[in-house]
Design a protein around this ligand. Structure first.
Ligand SMILES: Cc1cc2nc3c(=O)[nH]c(=O)nc-3n(C[C@H](O)[C@H](O)[C@H](O)COP(=O)(O)OP(=O)(O)OC[C@H]3O[C@@H](n4cnc5c(N)ncnc54)[C@H](O)[C@@H]3O)c2cc1C
Length: 313
């Protein structure tokens, strides 16, 4: 069995789950086995949608997320033996899948770009050294594999509804969540957006981000920020792109007043088209940009907004 961990927001499967399903189906075909899904939740879960993608769906309601409980849930679903566990790569997956891999004595292939089975092994590629090189890695079965967002076509429903199997998850020693503050969510999710408009320190103030938001909204995209901006308190950490922030791979990445430090590039240099606006013609970002505008962002950004508005009219 190949077990897919299906991430969701309570109402819908996340896009990453559909990518993980595609990878799982390919591995299952190569290894001559079936795909099952596991849907863990702290309340509501998109059971009907998930059933449409797998023949067997293990479900468990576990209360607020903790790595220990989620690891126990995945292990309960895997107890009859698995060849691979496939999950979307996320901050959360990093906190519990290591435990799962350790318990199964399985190799852990994280953040993979591609994966395939060959000669009883699972191979994968992934970026290393701040995304500057791609490495090929392999592990013997069983493996735990995570799928980097935006690398894989989305799976389509099977056209039949899978069987739902309630999981019995053993109680585990775990941290107790005493309080959680839910971040306010506006617009499209940064990691799933097709267009990301990122502001850097060159914008000069938190107020200047109003125009960044406006351009992002016009393009149906999300707002990103550099660490300098987050450290200054202009934008929340959830919007930070880079080595210690989020990794994005949109079709269009617009960098406004961003110098292009290696730690920032690590989170966005795989974007399809990069457009940079910077007043310094020698800014490192221009080495990575497909289109560059040398100019003051306070003049260029309003002009971009006007142009997009006109094009949309
Ligand atoms: C361990 C570590 C991890 C890190 N992780 C991250 C990370 O995840 N993400 C991240 O972003 N950074 C990260 N950093 C910080 C990184 O090194 C840079 O300091 C940061 O990315 C710089 O942000 P910036 O480009 O906004 O600011 P700056 O480097 O100050 O660049 C501002 C740019 O704006 C231009 N500019 C100024 N005024 C204007 C104007 N009016 N019009 C047009 N252009 C203008 C300037 O020419 C300059 O190029 C990390 C650093 C370390 C050491």
């Amino acid at each position: 069995m190949i077990l897919v961990v299906l991430d969701h927001d309570g109402n819908r499967l996340r896009k990453g789950s559909l990518e993980a399903l595609t990878r799982a189906r390919a591995l299952a075909e190569a290894l001559g086995t079936q795909v099952a899904g596991v849907l863990l939740s702290e309340g509501q879960a998109p059971v009907e949608e998930a059933r449409g993608h797998v023949a067997t769906l293990f479900v468990a309601e576990l209360g607020p997320y903790t790595p220990e409980k989620w690891a126990a849930g995945v292990l309960a679903a895997a107890k009859d033996g698995v060849k691979a566990i496939v999950a979307p790569s996320s901050r959360q997956s990093r906190t519990y899948l290591g435990r799962v891999a350790y318990a199964l004595k399985a190799g852990l292939l994280e953040d993979t770009l591609e994966s395939w089975a060959e000669g009883g092994m699972v191979y994968a590629t992934r970026y290393a050294y701040l995304n500057r090189v791609t490495q090929k890695v392999r592990a013997a079965l069983p493996v735990v594999l995570t799928v980097k967002p935006n690398t894989t076509p989305l799976a389509q429903p099977l056209g039949s509804m899978g069987e739902v199997v309630p999981l019995s998850v053993p109680q585990v020693a775990t941290v107790e969540v005493l309080e959680r503050v839910q971040e306010e969510k506006k617009g499209v999710s940064l990691t799933e957006a097709n267009v990301v408009v990122t502001g850097g320190r060159g914008l000069g103030s938190a107020e200047a981000f109003k125009e960044v938001e406006e351009l992002a909204a016009l393009l149906g995209g999300a707002v990103g920020a550099t660490r300098a901006v987050v450290d200054a308190g202009w934008r929340p950490y959830a919007e930070q792109v880079g080595q210690t922030g989020k990794t994005v791979q949109p079709a269009l990445y617009i960098a406004l007043g961003v110098s292009g430090a290696v730690q920032h590039l690590a989170g966005m240099n795989k974007s399809k088209y990069i457009v940079a606006v910077n007043k310094d013609p020698d800014a490192p970002i221009f080495k990575h940009a497909d289109y560059g505008i040398v100019g003051d962002v306070h003049q260029v950004l309003p002009a971009l907004i006007q142009t997009v508005k006109k094009l949309k009219d």
